[in-house]
Design a protein around this ligand. Structure first.
Ligand code: PLP
Length: 460
């Protein structure tokens, strides 16, 4: 079976629990703080935003949390997802036999990315608790489509605040959301106080993820029938994504291989965590593996951000979480990996970086699309621009191993396909795509606005 290309698990091998890395961390996660008082918050503070089952998962220290049967039922529509050996990419790179590339492909979900893995349970728990409506935000549109899909399965009304620049540039994502029954408006919108305030200052505002989060949070907290749902960053989202890595551990064993390095792209950190946490569990148990986060140089949260308490949104409505951040006022450049433009990174991913359990690398847009194009021409799949960051880092790892004459087994997360991102490929092919590195002066300016509590914490 030396030439096997896809490693497939049966439907009965879908993981039946999510893996909670909080149970195995060397240090406990920092508490989440109330934005007004700076004191640690409890479950009751989050109750206006999230279903109680989700809040319990957010703070749980149980190692495994069972996946409800109705969620498994929907997972069966596309899970387990395939693990591929990238034979053709290896040949295109002229790699020696000892340098091997595998990828775990999440683009087979109905939404085309890993995001339905958490949208489905979030909708399920909301429905269980009698919620009628979900308010959420979306950057490039993948999360909005995943939530729209989940809403249609559980008969929930879904309202999506979509970052205006994407709303204008990606009409097909909006059409997908509407087909699944959701309502989608450009953010900043006139529908919320947060949106109106921004439009008053800047009627031409193209929006940001932080602004859209402010709008969705305000929507959810001002209506009794509505909860909020977040597509990344929070512990429960990362938890739900661990089906990816649990499957991948078994599939690597099927392939009689173990990764020397696991690579994933990081926006908020959920697909990266989903793939890597089950491997980090093995690492903590003594089975070595290097884990690398790939991020854009235009939004270098992990490589150049500060590890401090910050707000999750621009309007400073959310609780404060300790994370790597570029500052809640950060407005990203218009790079084409819309899903990688968030100012923060998941607290759990930030903590692992701080503990030296993972590494992070930032890459530029053009080399990233160069890698994506080589991948598409050898493996066939058109990668999501976000996932292409992981491909760039994977190729660099493979070429470094080749150069050093060392064997290396590399596993990366192909978090989604890029079939809705053709305008990005169009810019690359036409030569209009520009490299952009976030300037240090802007990083410093945004960090000057961190909440006081974070300054005390980082000084203390
Ligand atoms: C949203 C998205 C990302 C970034 O989000 P994470 O929470 O960091 O995973 C990456 N890849 C794809 C395909 C996405 O849709």
């Amino acid at each position: 079976m030396a030439s096997q290309t896809r490693y497939l698990l049966g439907e009965d091998e879908i993981p039946t629990s999510w893996y909670n890395i909080a149970a195995d961390l060397p240090v406990p996660p920092a508490p989440v703080l109330h934005p007004g008082t700076g004191q640690p918050i409890g479950p009751a503070d989050l109750a206006p935003l999230f279903p109680m089952a989700i809040i319990q998962q957010e703070v749980s220290s149980d190692r495994f949390i069972p996946i409800p049967e109705p969620v498994l039922d929907i997972y069966r529509l596309w899970r387990p997802t395939p693990l591929h050996r990238a034979h053709r990419l290896e040949r295109a790179l002229d790699l020696p036999a000892g340098v091997r590339i595998f990828y775990k492909y999440e683009g087979v979900s109905p939404g085309g990315s890993h995001k339905p893995n958490t949208a489905i349970p979030q909708a399920y728990y909301a429905k269980q608790e009698g919620v009628a409506r979900i308010a959420t935000e979306t950057g490039a549109g993948q999360w909005g489509s995943a939530m729209a899909l989940a809403g249609s399965f559980f008969d929930l009304e879904v309202k999506v605040y979509m970052v205006k620049i994407s709303f204008v540039q990606k009409p097909y994502r909006r059409a997908l959301m509407e087909t699944w029954g959701a309502t989608c408006v450009p953010s900043p919108s006139p529908d919320t106080n947060a949106g109106r305030a921004i439009l008053e200052r800047d009627p031409e505002s193209t929006g940001s993820l932080g602004i859209a989060i402010s709008e969705a949070v305000e929507d959810a907290t001002t209506r009794d029938d509505t909860k909020y749902a977040l597509g990344s960053v929070l512990n429960h989202v990362l938890l739900h994504q661990t089906v990816i890595g649990q499957e991948a551990v078994r599939q690597m064993e099927m392939a009689d291989a173990w990764p020397d390095v696991v690579i994933g792209c990081v926006g908020g950190g959920s697909n990266f965590a989903g793939l890597s946490f089950p491997f980090i569990r093995e690492k903590l148990g003594g089975r070595p593996v290097r884990v690398v986060a790939a991020e854009p140089a235009a939004c270098p949260t992990l490589t150049r951000g500060t590890y401090a308490y910050d707000f999750g949104d621009t309007a400073m409505l959310t609780p404060l979480v300790k994370m790597h951040t570029l500052g809640h006022g950060f407005v990203p450049a218009g790079i084409h990996a819309g899903g990688l433009r968030y100012h923060g990174a998941a607290p759990l991913v930030s903590l692992l970086l701080d503990q030296g359990l993972i590494d992070a690398v930032a890459v530029l847009q053009r080399p990233t699309f160069e890698a994506a194009t080589l991948f598409a021409r050898s493996e066939g799949i058109l990668p999501a621009p976000e996932a292409a960051h992981a491909i760039r880092v994977t190729i660099d790892e493979a070429l470094a191993a080749k150069q050093a004459g060392e064997p290396r087994t590399i596993l990366f997360g192909l978090s989604g396909h890029g079939n809705f991102d053709l305008s990005a490929y169009d810019s690359y092919i036409s030569g209009s795509l520009r490299d952009y590195e976030h300037p240090q002066s802007e990083i410093e300016a945004a960090l000057a606005d961190l909440p006081d509590v974070s300054r005390e914490t980082s000084l203390g």
